[in-house]
Design a protein around this ligand. Sequence first.
Ligand SMILES: Cc1ncc(C[n+]2csc(CCOP(=O)(O)OP(=O)(O)O)c2C)c(N)n1
Length: 569
Amino acid sequence: MRMKGADILCACLAREGVDLVFGYPGGAILPTYDALEASGIRHILARHEQGAAHMADGYSRASGRTGVVIATSGPGATNLVTGLATAMMDSVPLVAITGQVASPLLGSDAFQEVDVTGVTLPITKHNFLVREPEGIAPALREAFALANAGRPGPVLVDITKDAQTREAVFDWEGAEPRRHTRHLPPPVPEADLARALALISASRRPLILAGHGVTLSGAHRALLAFAEKAGAPVAATLLGLDAFPPGHPLYVGFMGMHGSPWTNQAIQEADLLLAFGMRFDDRVTGDLKAFAPYARKIHVEVDPTEVGKNVAVDVALLGDLREVLERLAPAVPALDSGAWLDRIAELRAAHDAPAWPPDPQGEGLSPTAVLRELSAQAPGAIWVTDVGQHQMWEAQVVPHGRPRTLLTSGGLGTMGFALPAAIGAKLACPEAEVWVVAGDGGTQMNVQELMTLTQEGLELNVAVLNNSYLGMVRQFQTHFYGDRRASVDLLAPDFGLLARAYGLKAASARTLDEAREAIREARAGGGATLIEFVISPEAGVYPMVPPGAGISATIHTPPPTEAPCSGSL
Ligand SMILES: Cc1ncc(C[n+]2csc(CCOP(=O)(O)OP(=O)(O)O)c2C)c(N)n1
């Protein structure tokens, strides 16, 4: 059947099961927008293409489905860049569709022309420039397959305007994807599994390091079964915090730069690390030379380029984590790890009383007390955090553990991520309670998406932890730049007025009682609420392993020079 390229594109989206896309129109993508209108696919109009990309990302992280974002050529497409890089670093499956100038104009510096495939080459798994309507269905099908094959990630399809308007035969079957199979590792050989099992059987102090791969491969149950059978404790990266039930006796805790000291110490004392779907990011390992000196290492990873990249491993099992764990679990022995679990309990007891992390020093409302209150009132929520101190306090304080309930930009650390990603998450899971946790800095980065939230009638709540600083940067300056505070005093608008201007309800809290009440009222419903929590400006996130240092250099408290409350604006 002959159809316009834009209609072919919409037909492909429908066949891929897409019923919701995010985007922002413009000249070079107008034929597609026109076709979308008639297609029945719901379109969420963001206020900025970066917001649209994070929405598609949040939608994908919350649901496991492929997020789709659409933008026009030139500035529309370049505005996607941060969103694509964010998804790339955290292995989130996205398909981005951009309009391109008409093919006769390509390379002529035409109005709104940018070499988008060139720009996005390093921040996508793959990208396509499509100049013919016949190329749309094969590129789209390939894009969806690639976005999800092996290690997931973003794929971009740039389509010239004339390819969208000209006609071609729509041949879905003939466009079956082929190339993506190259991205799938073959099944893990039995011999490799046997080598891993031999190392596991010989271990007395094993430690599982759970990363984002647990969620991406749907391996939560397989991980629990494996850990319980082996009697192996589990530590989590930031993106692995929702990989394992936090109340479980085998759960050790959050590892890395702001992780719990006993978790980091357990890594140092382990004789075997089982790295499951994590990539030894520098925020997790610190100084590689000092990292886990006594441990043999088994790495289960779907992306071959990650193996041996940062940390040399003894056995690499290349494949889908869930499959590997399901094959390993029946054969794994119950380890004699009782003394090791006692040792971890001892390490924990040294830090865990009365509550960990301790409330930060400084006058005023404590951010960790606010987050404790939030998680007590909203225990089943999806948490979408921005980047900065608040992100780390949230990771330390709020128990996660149900899959896809902590959405955060771990790899790229993108400020401005949380609000749009939460909009995507709420659209993916309309029944879920969704909370944004952001700083005053990050909130101002994509604040315009509050209007998208209101236009779509979404009920989600935004917690702004306002310390009048770019707090995390200020903390680094305190420790590593002699407390010289260059460009971190941040004037914020009146968040209450701003929220109301965007159609939200608003509250401000300076005491814990006010915080409690504001959270209660926000949860009572009747519309989205933005709550500003005016927190102690000087509060720091501790412990902190300095960048590039080993855990012996961990900083537990602010230096004596850190003046209380001097930075209030
Ligand atoms: C887009 C972007 N720009 C800059 C940074 C560097 N950065 C990391 S944390 C941070 C401060 C964040 O301040 P705020 O949003 O107020 O949160 P807080 O740390 O105070 O909780 C900055 C500037 C970043 N991560 N992302």
